[in-house]
Design a protein around this ligand. Structure first.
Ligand SMILES: [Zn+2]
Length: 330
């Protein structure tokens, strides 16, 4: 994988221990990840350096298409004369809609990574997400937690009924990649660093979870939607937790529809937030709820899931949709 002189002492020790059977089993590739420096030691598709699994597994469609499958990270970046960096992952365009969604997702993920020509690549434990100070500590942490980190987040948001722009937005929200002030400030991209407050309440820091879930206006939107379905809900702590479990015991069929409602709602709240920031215009939460109902109904109609099912029935008794014969096509 790399030449041993360039390894940190901890990693060098681990490489040595890896030769025993027991440790070889514990030290699976999922147990550590790379932090990029020069990118000359990390395989772009095969090492774990973005998220918790190999990019090959996270973006199988792109991996298949890439003409650069065995390259290191350093071979996947291009620097312009003024030092700007961009990614060339060896993909030929055009892409179909699904591939394009994956491509956008990958690029937005990679935006958070910079190759640093003056730094060595480093290894880090994924379990504690902190550099371990000793080999013993590292092994202890790994033995203790056999958590399955493999989690295909793309699946949570991907649905063929939802326009890819909206799925992408939902996916970015889960990844913490929406350009809210908290994120911009963290990346030093805010013009005025003291202006990190929510434009709605002017009180809280504008975080993704605050905007999309916790702010009282957003909370009213969600409450309105759950009430529409006669479902009691508890405010979740974050967008990811919310997105992987819409069900709350509502059943598989309802959950399918709620995946659509969820994506539509995150998107609608985001547009309303932009209206406040860029146009100073506020929309009543009840209007947003109506728009979401209509939007999801249109998606269902387009997919012919709503045949002979009327908008007014949907607006008042959404559960009846699940009993309609055309729903089984969904
Ligand atoms: Zn607020």
């Amino acid at each position: 994988m790399c030449n041993s002189n360039s390894l940190s002492p901890v990693w060098r020790e681990l490489k040595r221990l890896q030769s025993t059977d027991e440790l070889f089993e514990i030290l699976s590739p999922q147990s550590f990840k790379w932090n990029i420096g020069k990118g000359t030691q990390i395989l772009f598709w095969y090492d774990i350096w973005v998220g918790v699994s190999k990019l090959r597994d996270q973006f199988p469609a792109l991996f298949r298409l890439s003409g650069k499958k065995n390259e290191h990270i350093a071979d996947m970046v291009i620097f312009s004369e003024n030092g700007l960096m961009w990614w060339d992952i060896g993909i030929l365009f055009p892409l179909n809609e699904y591939e394009d969604l994956q491509y956008q997702m990958l690029m937005s993920l990679l935006r958070n990574f910079k190759v640093d020509l003056y730094k060595e690549d480093e290894v880090q434990w994924t379990h504690s997400l902190e550099k371990v100070s000793s080999v013993a500590e590292g092994v202890r942490v790994m033995v203790k937690s056999h958590i399955d980190f493999e989690f295909d987040r793309v699946k949570v948001v991907w649905n063929k009924l939802v326009p890819s722009k909206i799925s992408t937005f939902h996916w970015l929200a889960i990844q913490g990649g929406i350009p809210v002030k908290e994120v911009l400030s963290y990346r030093n991209c805010l013009n005025n660093s003291s202006d990190d407050k929510c434009a709605w309440c002017l009180d809280h820091i504008e975080s993704i979870d605050h905007i999309l879930l916790h702010y009282s206006w957003s909370h009213k939107v969600w409450t309105g939607l759950f009430k529409w379905w006669n479902i009691f809900w508890v405010v979740p702590s974050n967008v990811l937790e919310f997105s992987v479990d819409w069900s709350n015991g509502m059943g598989i069929k309802a959950e399918k529809v709620w995946k659509l409602i969820g994506s539509a709602t995150f998107w609608a709240i985001w547009l309303a937030r932009n209206e406040v920031i860029f146009n100073g215009s506020y929309t009543c939460w009840a209007v947003i709820v109506s728009r979401i109902k209509l939007k999801v109904f249109q998606w269902l109609v387009n997919a012919k899931v709503c045949e002979s099912f009327q908008l007014y029935v949907w607006s008042d008794h959404p559960w009846l949709l699940l009993q309609s014969p055309s729903f089984d096509m969904f």
